[in-house]
Every structure is written in C-alpha cells, then in structure tokens.
Design a protein around this ligand. Structure first.
Ligand code: ZN
Length: 97
C-alpha cells in the first residue's frame, strides 16, 4: 500500500526512455540545459545523426522535470520543428500500467 504518488510517464519510465533512445541510435549531449517551460536544469538533448540513406538527423530535447519535449528533424533550411513532441508515442511507451 503506501501513499506513493503516480509519476508522470517520462519520470516513471525515465530509464526506459533512455534505453529506447539509445536503441534508436540517439546520443545524449553531455550537458543539461534549463527548461524554458519549468526553469529547471533538467532538459536533456539527444541527437541522431543522419543515416546516409536520404535520412536527415533528428534532435530531441526533453525535460525530465516537467516532461516538455521538442524535436527537430532534418538539417538546414529543411529543418522542421515538432513542438510539442510526443516522446512517449515516438518511443512506443504507452500508459502507466
Ligand atoms: Zn521542464
């Protein structure tokens, strides 16, 4: 029993999120930045290099405090932002079961 509060999915699955990002070839940047949404130094940046098959890279910023996530696809002028970005859906993590 106990009174443990349910965690938001990005925290409850923080380990899984990192594992899945690595599985997809993302590399986490060394530094953590301040989140524009909650102000905490909890925003991690992940980068995926382009695969050389016409695939552009992808960058993902995700705050491990409030869960705000953004993603950029492609490079240069073709760069397209997704904000907000459905990180859980992107990684196939569903529910809090
Ligand atoms: Zn935040």
């Amino acid at each position: 029993m106990g009174t443990k509060l349910p965690l938001p999915p990005w925290l409850e699955h923080a380990g899984l999120v990192k594992k899945k990002m690595k599985d997809r070839g993302f590399k986490m940047a060394d530094r953590v930045q301040a989140c524009e949404s909650c102000g905490e130094y909890a925003e991690e940046t992940w980068s995926l290099k382009g695969g050389g098959q016409g695939m552009g890279g992808r960058d993902v910023c995700a705050c491990m405090n409030c869960g705000r996530a953004r993603s950029w696809k492609g490079q240069g002028a073709m760069r397209a932002v997704e904000d907000p970005f459905d990180l859980m859906g992107f990684l196939g993590i569903t529910g809090t079961g």
